[in-house]
Design a binder for this molecule. Structure first.
Ligand SMILES: [Fe+2]
Length: 455
């Protein structure tokens, strides 16, 4: 039997066709949205809490704030704008590659008042640059790329600062309404993704970062993937059955890690009165059964998958499940299509301070019928961080290239703490396989025999 070749192409990005004024409005709105969130996260605690370190894993919040301003100054004010430096003497203090997070509290950092004044001053200059610089003709500013890069940078620090809030002790200071309840009826537990090529990565998204580029065909064998992320109840069954004490579910590296650190459950969980409780942004509550599990590391995700007779999806499998439209052969921008993420599609942007239950976002399902790939929790994949064929570092090597290699595992899809600007279907995140403070969960996959299966 011969098969018809699939038309591998990428959905066009509407941002690309915006005129200069519309692009400026789009960029300004994204910058303003990220600053509003930074202000909430840094305004929720007093100066003492802003300046102290809540965990050796994290920077003091006031470091994040001034670092956001420092990067904005370097790229938008000095490079794109060609303006005079605002505070060149602090460049080195806020260079993430010069000082490990654990060392940052000991640096002569700007005070909270100085940091706020600094980021405000930089933002006024950045907006002035945005008003005047041409958004065509130079790669760094084409379709507003540098403004998109800096807004994504701030939003990524907003998620990091949210993780700092999760690690801090003391009463709750952040508040948000709960996410929507389940809206779907019962669905099959898995979706079979037919084997064949799809277009991975992007060459059409103007604000895509270097590691997402270029778009390239990837063959993926037939496989099945869970319709929803693994829930707390499902993961608790693994913990309750002794999964953390049984070596056979773990890789050698994972088992050594569990033993060394005495892990018995996801981070922030504790057993009390015969049930699991958790601490979430200063609130103690019973672990909700139907929410996607979070605060598990790659090793825990991998062990659970083995316990249920499955495995983690590879990064190409995850992206195919999210983006591939079998009716057209196109790769979509988002699981639901080309439309920018709205509240009906996914739990994003710190609108809610927890994942939504499985089945809460039917309008966000992918063409193949996989739900909640974007938002709620980042999802661990089994892949390490590799460049795509044709990768070229841009605009600097430290963005991605220095992290390539086997040390990191890829996370996809974004969490409730991630902004809509950093969850396009091609977006790639990475972290160390032992990290648990991030808002990460997972879903499982397994091999299925199919016409293009048997990989
Ligand atoms: Fe940064």
């Amino acid at each position: 039997m011969t098969t018809v070749p699939e038309p591998l192409s990428e959905a066009e990005n509407p941002v690309r066709s915006l005129d200069a004024d519309a692009l400026r409005t789009h960029a300004a709105a994204a910058l303003t949205r990220s600053r509003a969130r930074s202000e909430v996260l840094t305004g929720a605690v007093d100066d003492e809490e802003l300046s102290k370190q809540h965990s050796p894993l994290m920077s003091p919040l006031v470091w994040d704030l001034a670092h956001i301003g420092s990067q904005e100054e370097l790229w938008l004010v000095r490079d794109v704008g060609g303006r005079e430096p605002v505070r060149p003497e602090i460049d080195e203090l806020y260079d993430a590659f010069k000082h490990a997070r654990a060392d940052r509290p000991g640096l002569p950092l700007l005070s909270p008042a100085e940091a706020r004044a600094y980021v405000g001053q930089v933002r006024r200059k950045a907006f002035d640059v945005l008003d005047t610089v041409p958004l065509r003709g130079r790669r760094l500013t084409e379709a507003g790329f540098a403004f998109g890069m800096i807004t994504q940078h701030e939003q990524q620090h907003d998620e990091t600062m949210l993780a700092t809030h999760q690690l801090r002790t003391g009463e709750a200071v952040l508040h948000a309404p709960d996410p929507p309840a389940r809206r779907t009826g019962p669905l099959p537990a898995e979706v079979v993704v037919p084997g064949g090529s799809f277009l991975m990565g992007t060459s059409a998204e103007p604000w895509a970062l270097d590691n997402e580029r270029p778009a390239h065909p990837v063959h993926v064998g037939t496989f099945a993937i869970d319709t929803f992320p693994v829930t707390n109840a499902e993961f608790a069954a693994f913990a309750d059955s002794g999964g953390y004490r049984q070596e056979r579910w773990w890789t050698a590296e994972g088992w050594a890690h569990v033993q060394r650190h005495g892990l018995i459950a996801p981070r922030f969980w504790r057993r009390e009165g015969g049930r699991w409780w958790r601490r979430r942004f200063g609130i103690d509550e019973p672990v909700p059964a139907d929410e996607p599990v979070q605060h598990v590391c790659f090793h825990e995700a991998q062990a659970y998958a083995r316990w249920v007779g499955k495995r983690l999806p590879t990064e190409p499998e995850w992206e195919k499940a999210a983006r591939f439209d079998p009716a057209t052969g196109h790769s979509r921008r988002y699981p639901w299509g080309e439309q920018e993420p709205g509240p009906e599609h996914a739990n994003l942007g710190q609108r809610h301070l927890r994942p939504a239950v499985a089945g809460a976002y039917p309008a966000g399902a992918s063409a193949l019928g996989v739900h909640q790939l974007v938002g709620d929790v980042w999802e661990w994949t089994s892949s390490d961080f590799r460049p795509y064929p044709g990768f070229a570092a841009f605009p600097y090597q430290e963005y991605s290239e220095v992290f390539f290699g086997p040390g990191y595992r890829m996370l996809r899809g974004g969490s409730f703490g991630t902004d809509a600007a950093a969850v396009r279907g091609s977006f790639r995140n990475w972290d160390l396989p032992v990290r648990r403070q991030i808002f990460a969960g997972f879903r499982c996959a397994r091999d299925v025999a199919g016409p293009d299966g048997g990989n």
